[in-house]
Design a protein. Sequence first.
Length: 298
Amino acid sequence: MMRMGVDLGGTKIELVALAENGDELFRKRIPTPKNYPDTLDAIIGLVAEAEAEVGETGSVGVGIPGVISPFTGLVKNSNSTWINGHPLDQDLSARLDREVRVTNDANCFALSEAVDGAAAGKGLVFGVIIGTGCGAGIAINGKVHGGGNGIGGEWGHNPLPWMTADEHHSTDCFCGNKDCIETFISGTGFVRDFRAAGGDATSGIQIAQMMSEGDKLASQAFTRFIDRLARSLAHVINMMDPDMIVLGGGVSNIDAIYTELPKVLPKYVVGRECATPVVKNLYGASSGVRGAAWLWGK
């Protein structure tokens, strides 16, 4: 059966249709309407176009920047604010006359990499997206673990572990708390820290390039970033001991992470030993939409 995945973002909606072996049958991206009824229509239209092109009816999974609350059945915590407060899965299911599965886009990322990506075949996969913000998803035996509250993998909104005196109460997060992991290790947080130390850059990739050219401030900022990332992931390893951690998002393209992070992780993991592989994603920006398709299994 054909499996269709939809990545519903703030600026674009993308649909991919996959064959059972993972081969891509159809892909299209359109701008995201900024209201709920038109967003529903856009998704319905993409599904109809894919099915007409392929000549087959398929399952539908959707990744969103938020979650469906298990308490109310409504979308919450989405930065695409016009979908908040609506039963997106129910509305799409009714319009398409089939069950539609909806989950957080970070869960889709983790699932994609666990099913046929960088962590294919691994039992417990922790997928991390580090970009403008940071988030994570959990896949267990090729299935998303959303949790009873629908917030499984909300790692970025826990406090930075083992904070130093100068880190404590130093950042404010949009979620309403202080010192969240996201405020330190997202690309935004990486740049903020570098600029606070006197550097001048607009992205983590730029800081990494400056470091490779011998810039002292960039090297110091990267050392702080790696230490904070190691602390944050050590908490995950201490609690779940995943078989593999996969990094995605723009910051994941900094190659030095994969050589330097393993040197620091054992400092914070219980027992001072750590062999957990931390790897770069295989599918890049396509992981989310592919993972939405795999919500229906492979």
